[in-house]
Ligand binder design. Structure first.
Ligand code: SF4
Length: 382
């Protein structure tokens, strides 16, 4: 019998597993706390569990970490890990420290099948979905690594963004239990407002998330009309803007925040002109009866080889932001973090065997030769 990886379970799943072993629910709570709050992976060290249970667990379960292939530390404190997920696939996870928070950017898939034109991950193609355990293991490892590094016992990671490699809503069945582990008071105890799922617009799954596990929602918009968005975010052909914005409006009553964040990657000469800003204002202000409650996050593009795209210049980004703000849309420009280690938005590439060939590799990814856009951003664009 294959040993169960306990990182695959939310608390309900772990309780069911313990019941199958003839153990009561409170044992599952104890076990869950040992794993997630104390970072313990050795059953023998879980001293308040009965010896008989520890022995039993040793035969049927384990806590399976991901193997770290590399770690890079940015000058600004950002840390990027490359984790081995087997069979030639590796995914990236990024920690971004700020004065008032610590944010972990987590991957949900090895590669991505959406294939957004401006995204390094999208250019790699898709290998497979990560399991719940592989999603949770990124947080489990990072949280306890950081506590040890900083010599603290309290929580270091206060925010999680599902903005690493992959489209989280195309890995829904693994995503939801992972979110529940993050939110559980016996797990990481994160606020729903501080856990963000970022999607390129998988409309049916936005509706399901509102019911199953509502957390903060970010949507990769990147274009103010369907023609342009079809070319940048291919999923738009299946779920066009009107359907996507309708889904956002339906999500809001369940959401922990009273707005949706729209991410908009600034691409020189592609989507950054005054006409695009005007269209964006109309799109969002004229949606429904009162417009859509939202914030817009402008992300200056982080170029990578073979993308064929260039970042809008600073003046253009600020002018675009000004136009949106003047029309009453709350607009921010994302700051760059970790660009010296290719950890910035849209740069996460990992190492993925493209098993679908949906996106033939567009040349070998090389380190950027362009001057980094140091006045802005980090985070993935999708
Ligand atoms: S931006 Fe997100 S959804 Fe689009 S290809 Fe990249 S990882 Fe996938």
């Amino acid at each position: 019998m294959t040993a169960a990886n306990l990182l695959d379970f939310d608390l309900e799943g772990l309780a069911a597993f313990c019941e199958r072993l003839g153990e009561k629910r409170f044992r599952a709570v104890q076990l869950f706390r040992w794993i997630h709050q104390r970072g313990e992976s050795d059953f023998a060290s879980m001293t308040d569990l009965a010896k008989s249970l520890r022995d039993k667990l040793g035969g049927v379960a384990h806590i399976k970490p991901l193997t770290v292939l590399s770690r890079q530390d940015s000058l600004d404190g950002t840390i990027k890990w490359l984790f081995d997920v087997g069979n030639g696939d590796a995914v990236e996870t990024v920690f971004i420290p700020e004065t008032d928070r610590g944010t972990l950017c987590i991957s949900s898939q090895a590669g991505c099948a959406v294939g957004c034109r401006f995204c390094s991950t999208g250019h790699q193609g898709f290998s497979r979905n990560l399991t719940t355990g592989e999603i949770v293991a990124q947080l489990w490892f990072a949280e306890h690594f950081l506590r040890a590094k900083l010599g603290v016992s309290e929580r270091v990671i206060s925010n999680v963004v599902m903005m690493g490699m992959g489209e989280p809503l195309q890995n829904y069945s693994a995503l939801v239990p992972a979110l529940k582990v993050m939110l559980d008071d016996h797990g990481y105890g994160l606020s729903r407002r501080r856990v963000t799922v970022s999607t390129s617009g998988v409309v049916p799954m936005i509706d399901r998330l509102a019911v199953d596990c509502p957390v903060a929602l970010a949507v990769s918009l990147h274009a103010p009309n369907d023609d342009l968005r079809n070319g940048l975010v291919p999923l738009n052909k299946k779920y066009p803007l009107r359907d996507l914005l309708d889904a956002c409006a339906r999500y809001l009553p369940a959401a922990p925040r009273d707005f949706v964040t729209f991410e908009y990657c600034m691409l020189a000469g592609v989507n950054d002109q005054p006409e695009h800003a005007r269209q964006l204002v109309d799109l969002l202000r004229q949606h429904g009866r009162n417009g859509l409650a939202c914030k817009i996050n402008l992300i200056p593009f982080n170029p990578f080889p073979d993308s064929g795209l260039v970042c809008s210049d600073k003046a253009t980004v600020l002018a675009f932001a000004g136009q949106l703000s003047a029309a009453g849309l709350v607009t921010t420009v994302r700051k760059t973090r970790g660009d010296d280690i290719d950890a910035a938005c849209g740069q996460l590439a990992g190492d993925v065997v493209d098993r679908t060939r949906v996106a033939d590799r567009m040349g070998q990814l090389r380190r950027l030769s362009e001057t980094p856009v140091t006045w802005m951003s980090r985070e993935h664009a999708g």
